[in-house]
Design a protein around this ligand. Structure first.
Ligand SMILES: *Cc1c(COP(=O)(O)O)cnc(C)c1O
Length: 224
C-alpha cells in the first residue's frame, strides 16, 4: 500500500496550522520550524516525509536512530536528538546528531563538548527546562538554567541555541514562563534564538508564546 498521499495530507495540514498560528499571533511568517518526530517510525516513512520536503527529524532513542540513519545516508537530513540522555550514549549523540534538545546538566554538556568530532561544526544545544518544577521530570530547574547556560557557552564544540520543555498538561502557562526565562538569559548577555516547545496537542498555544521549533510525531506519521 502506498501511504504517501496520506502522509502528504497530514504534513500539509500540520504546516498549514503552523502558518495559521504564526499569523494569528502576529509572528513573522516561517519563524517556526517543524521538527518531525520519527521515533518508532520506519526509515521508509522518514524517506517518504523527506520526499515531501521535510528535512528536520527528531529521534528519542540512540540505537534506533542510528539503525535508521544508516539506511538514509543518501539524504541530507538534519538530525535532532530529543530523548533523555544517558552518559554512556553521549559519544554517539555527539558524533551523529546536529542538534540536541535535551541537555539538562553540566556533566552531559561537558561530555558532548569533549566528544564532538573536530571536523564537525559545533553541536546545537537546547537546555531542557523543568519549567513546572515537577518532581518527576528530568529537566534543569529554572533557577539553575542561567548557570548551565553560561557553562555551555564556554564550550567551543557546542553552540547554545535555546530552551526546550515538555510540560505536563496541568502546567500553568509553561510556554509563557519559558519565554520569560529565555528573555532573562538574553538580558544576561547570552545569545539564544530557539524555543523548542509545542507538540501535537498544544503547538498553536506554544507558537503564540514564542516557540520557534514545534516537535510533532503522530499528527504526521500516524500512531506509533
Ligand atoms: C514523542 C515526542 C514528541 C512528539 O509527540 P507526538 O505526540 O507524537 O506529536 C515531541 N517531543 C518529544 C520530546 C517526544 O518525545
Amino acid at each position: 500500500m502506498n501511504d504517501i498521499p496520506q502522509m502528504e495530507a497530514s504534513l500539509h495540514t500540520v504546516l498549514h496550522r503552523i502558518r495559521e498560528a504564526e499569523r494569528i499571533s502576529h509572528r513573522t511568517p516561517f519563524d517556526v520550524s517543524l521538527l518531525a518526530v520519527s521515533k518508532k517510525q520506519s526509515a521508509d516513512k522518514i524517506r517518504d516525509a523527506f520526499s515531501l520536503g521535510q528535512r528536520q527529524f527528531g529521534e528519542n532513542y540512540v540505537q534506533e536512530a542510528l539503525q535508521k540513519k544508516a539506511l538514509l545516508t543518501d539524504l541530507s537530513i538534519e538530525w535532532h536528538f530529543i530523548g533523555s540522555i544517558q552518559s554512556n550514549k553521549t559519544r554517539l549523540i555527539a558524533e551523529q546528531f546536529d542538534w540536541v534538545h535535551s541537555v539538562n546538566r553540566f556533566s552531559i554538556a561537558e561530555r558532548l563538548n569533549n566528544q564532538r568530532p573536530a571536523h564537525l561544526p559545533p553541536l546545537n544545544i537546547c537546555i531542557e527546562v523543568n519549567i513546572d518544577e515537577s518532581p518527576t521530570k528530568s529537566g534543569c530547574l529554572p533557577d539553575l538554567v542561567l548557570a548551565l547556560a553560561k557553562q555551555i557557552q564556554t564550550f567551543d564544540k557546542l553552540s547554545l541555541r535555546g530552551l526546550m520543555i515538555i510540560p505536563d498538561k496541568t502546567a500553568l502557562n509553561p510556554f509563557k514562563k519559558t519565554n520569560q526565562l529565555a528573555q532573562q538569559l538574553v538580558h544576561q548577555g547570552l545569545f539564544l534564538d530557539t524555543l523548542s516547545m509545542g507538540m501535537s496537542d498544544d503547538f498553536q498555544q506554544a507558537i503564540a508564546e514564542g516557540s520557534t521549533i514545534v516537535r510533532i510525531g503522530t499528527a504526521i506519521f500516524g500512531a506509533r
